[in-house]
Design a protein around this ligand. Structure first.
Ligand code: F6P
Length: 341
């Protein structure tokens, strides 16, 4: 029986389980066995997997997270890991790997492909910042969660005549803050792509309050930077060397309170944006991605990633997906500014 492997790497996101389910179902048509590697690349390096069949993927479609577990392990970081990964592939006669992940996981997949490993990528991230695909799954769920939170913050901000600053995920790209802010009617939206002019923000809020409004909602992406001051968020590194952000909402909230005199509160949405059940859009996108990934393996189109372009699922080189981040275009931010204040 022919065998393929599948793994989920990086931060989890809603829609991973629909991909896993779709891969298993589509692969069973080819009579291929699917090995589900545990905890991202670490599972392939250590040879740790479970055999996935119809029964193991039954009921997982609506579930958030990933039944395989995930990690930010990179097989190129520790010497010897690459050889261990390759020997897992040979030992279990795995004809190809399907790697589901964001820029780090797919960056490793791209390098592995150049090393001769047969690999196909599936793009995921709530941040929607992967290049070469219109959307990643997980993003739609995240913006709907953030939008609902903004709706809820509106009623309490209004009752107490407060400014509420809501800190939203997005280290390098402000997609979640921008689109949940637009959908939720935030009065100011701050994203990493456009340095924050705090005096302009305060002027907008003051103008709004002078019109008789007694509350404001400010949506800020965690990677936002203050003009003239640069990064204001706390910058710790996680065990894999990634920047862990946090605190920009607090800094901006304090500045707004000081400069406007309006009572201000700060809410950090954090991992709530990544948890729970995927939306219908993300379930369908994940399902279509999973089916296409197996078809790419069947066609021997390794070194590619499945991608949503318009309404179609197509193959694009992994290289195109990881060579740069997809950030928010300036003209889109300018559209959002029409609704500020
Ligand atoms: O990349 C997805 C993401 O959710 C970012 O928006 C966020 O900055 C980061 O992951 C948080 O990662 P961790 O799970 O390591 O806290």
């Amino acid at each position: 029986m022919e065998r393929i492997g599948i793994l989920t790497g990086g931060g989890d996101c809603p829609g991973l389980n629909p991909v896993i389910r779709a891969v298993v179902k589509r692969a069973s048509i080819e009579s291929w066995q699917v090995l589900g590697f545990r905890n991202g690349w670490r599972g392939v390096v250590e040879g740790e997997f479970i055999v996935l069949d119809d029964q193991s993927v039954s009921g997982i479609l609506p579930k958030g997270g990933t039944i395989l577990g995930t990690s930010r392990t990179n097989p190129f970081k520790k010497s010897g890991d690459l050889e261990k990964l390759k020997s897992t592939m040979t030992k279990h006669e795995i004809k190809a790997l399907i790697a589901i992940g964001g820029e780090d996981t797919l960056g490793a997949a791209n390098k592995l492909s150049k090393e001769g490993v047969a690999v196909v990528g599936v793009p995921k991230t709530i941040d929607n910042d992967l290049n070469a695909t219109d959307y990643t799954f997980g993003y739609d769920t995240a913006i709907n969660i953030a939008m609902e939170c903004i709706d809820r913050l509106h009623t309490t901000a209004e009752s107490h005549n407060r400014v509420i600053v809501v800190e939203i995920m997005g280290r390098h790209a402000g997609w979640i803050a921008l689109e949940s802010g637009l959908a939720g009617g935030a009065d100011v939206i701050l994203i990493p792509e456009v340095p924050v002019d705090i005096d302009k923000v305060c002027a907008l809020i003051k103008k709004r309050h002078s019109r008789g409004k007694t509350f404001s909602i400010v949506a800020v992406a965690e990677g936002a930077v203050l003009k003239d001051q640069g990064v204001v968020a706390e910058q710790k590194l996680d065990q894999f060397g990634h920047v862990r952000l946090g605190g920009v909402g607090q800094v901006i909230g304090e500045l707004i309170e000081k400069k406007t005199g309006f009572e201000t509160r700060v809410t950090v949405l954090g991992h709530i944006q990544r948890g729970g059940s995927p939306t219908a859009f993300d379930r369908v996108l994940g399902t279509r991605f999973g089916v296409k990934a197996v078809e790419l393996v069947k066609e021997g189109k390794f070194g590619n990633m499945v991608s949503l372009q318009g309404r179609n699922i197509v193959a694009v080189p992994l290289e195109a997906a990881v060579d740069k981040l997809k950030t928010v275009p300036v003209d889109y931010y300018q559209l959002a500014e029409i609704f500020f204040g």
